[in-house]
Write a protein that binds this ligand. Structure first.
Ligand SMILES: Cc1cc2nc3c(=O)[nH]c(=O)nc-3n(C[C@H](O)[C@H](O)[C@H](O)COP(=O)(O)O)c2cc1C
Length: 242
């Protein structure tokens, strides 16, 4: 399949064929590809829980309101955000980028580029991703509103804005995964119909983690697998050329 065909093949599948199991290493490889998704500031504040254990699958399916998309699935992937890991990830990216600059930048520009990265990942990222009962967000808004009087600036800096940023990036990883799966001829269904408290407990997630999306996986069961034809509003209602 070419990309056009893959995107047409991908449907949200609600009933999977129990007789067609998935190859676990291939699913894992699709998750490696998912990690190539673009993400805000390359902070990679995500984790992918690849569930193959039948007992755990049953518990997760129950937390997903016992939808057939999970109860008939062969495997399940849970995409989780980890905003709480922002310092660790920022340090990792900073260390990598310093090496990157040393390997790939002209010598006379290296010192300035390294200084810029140190400011960005060492100071700005920790300031942007830190949370404290909404107060740090208010502080950031005050700073950006003041600077914004004089120049253009990113204004989505409240604690809920940043949480959206983290979820947006994680959802791009989930979509990349679903496309990679379709490329293998495998089916998926993204779900947000779940009991997040129950799911957190089943997966034993740490406090700072949040479930972004559950993606069930398998091979569709004939015509039963999908709910009929694909519905999309006419393209001219959503396409605006200016
Ligand atoms: C964030 C998100 C949450 C979704 N949650 C559910 C869900 O809980 N249960 C379900 O059956 N489908 C769920 N879907 C699938 C959508 O219903 C589906 O993508 C939409 O109807 C379009 O169909 P298609 O994916 O076959 O093109 C979800 C999709 C997204 C992107």
């Amino acid at each position: 399949m070419n990309l056009d065909e893959i995107l047409h093949f991908r449907r949200s599948v609600r009933v999977y064929d129990k007789n067609k199991p998935l190859d676990t290493p291939r699913v894992r490889h699709c998750l490696e590809l998912a990690a190539l998704a673009p993400n805000s500031s390359n902070m990679q504040l995500w984790e992918f829980y690849h569930i193959t254990d039948p007992t755990l699958m049953r518990k997760i399916s129950h937390a997903c309101l016992d939808q057939t998309a999970t109860s008939t699935a062969d495997q399940i992937v849970v995409f989780v955000t980890r905003q709480d890991l922002h310092r660790k990830r920022a340090q990792y990216v900073l260390d990598f980028e310093i090496g990157n600059i040393r390997r790939n930048s002209p010598e006379d520009r290296q010192a300035k580029r390294i200084k810029d990265r140190q400011l960005y990942y060492g100071k700005i990222m920790p300031l942007l991703y830190s949370r404290f009962f909404g107060l740090l967000g208010l502080f950031r808004q005050l700073i950006t509103k003041t600077i914004g009087l004089f120049r253009s600036i990113t204004r989505q800096v409240s604690e809920s804005d940043v949480r959206v940023v983290v979820h947006k990036s994680c959802a791009l990883a989930a979509q990349t995964f679903m496309i990679a799966m379709a490329n293998e001829g495998y089916d998926t269904c993204p779900l947000e119909g779940f009991d997040s408290r129950m799911l957190r407990k089943v997966l034993q997630l740490p406090r700072g983690a949040e479930v972004n999306m559950v993606v069930s996986c398998g091979v569709r069961k004939g015509n039963e697998g999908i709910w009929g034809e694909r519905c999309r509003v006419p393209f001219d209602q959503i396409y605006i050329e200016k």
